[in-house]
Design a protein around this ligand. Sequence first.
Ligand code: NIG
Length: 407
Amino acid sequence: MVNGMPSLLIRNARILTLAGPAGARHGKQLRELGLIPQGEVLVAAGKIAAVGPKVDAPADAEVIDAGGRVLMPGFVDCHTHACWAGERIGEWEEIIGGTPYLQILKRGGGIHATVRAVREATRKQLASALRERLDLMLRSGTTTVEVKSGYGLTVEAELKMLHAILRAAHEWSGTVVPTALLGHAIEGEVEDYTRMVVREMLPAVWHEFPGIAVDAYCEREAWPVEACVRLFERSRKHGLPMRVHTDQFSSLGMIPEALRLHAVSVDHLEAASNADLAALAESHTVGVVLPVSGFETNRRFARARRLVDAGGAVALATNCNPGTAPSHSMPFVLALGVRCCGLTPAEAIVAATVNAALVLGLTDRGTIAAGQRADLILLRHKDERQLAYELGGNPVDLVICNGARVA
Ligand code: NIG
């Protein structure tokens, strides 16, 4: 017993520790799973107390026999828009029928349709819809999730979203990291709208959420490069980390600017040029790859293989949203990351755990080592490659969050 909580010993497990160098894993480092073929993990007081082929455990520890199944860190889903109201299933039928996503956005649908529904919803309704999605994620092995605002587009509605995200986070066993997606779409004139965001929305948000990461969607029909740069230069003055959706459909020149501004991540990258991928590979910025969106909209995918071969760092995420990624499942993302973006199963696992945690600034998870937070998943499989091999099932038998069994 530690602090009234019994210790937990998981034995006879194939353990992916993901032990490795500090910082995001680049290039060949993404292949290292830190495998202990048959080992034990002791969990006490919410943390990993010991890991190895054999560990010393207190006599009263609860024991789980893994029977040779894979034990690994919980997934970290580092890019989602999981807080929304309303639905867009009619638009989805148009998209699968061939209507381009940006055409729907241009006519006032897409993100704008969800904005209308979010403005109508109360904070409580938003929190409860998010909470249902978080529970689905947890059952599929996600123990930490980033959730963006971005469907408010006014100061009041963006703050409502961020408070709804915190409310849902408070009730959930896993960890939620909110991100202020202040540059998601434009209402009215570009110049007027972006000035309002930089001068009014940004200060209101960082005042209530100090240290929150700021994000924007650099794309035709969304935010131009110059507006993103203005927003990020101002955020940087307040020390806020920067992330950017870029090169989803168009390569507008945002990647070099993001690297110049030391963005934590550049997300999407389906349309990124060879030169931009090469520059990204040389940097400390992580490329966040979101294959569900390409699968859903136009079958175009980020060339993660090229980025990793050039020595870059990659993370994988669901991008869970009502428009381009109606999925909460990290195992499905791994399956697509391997089939469509050229990652190996091992690289996809590193991209979905330790690298994704680092995108969120979290160094206390994503690996199995003494002192780390005990966020663990036990798979149904005895071979971790089956995580990416299997399509559409739930490979997770057990989820442990902060040392407690939660699913
Ligand atoms: O990353 N592209 C911008 N944001 C989301 C889509 C959001 C939506 O369509 O509601 C994306 O794909």
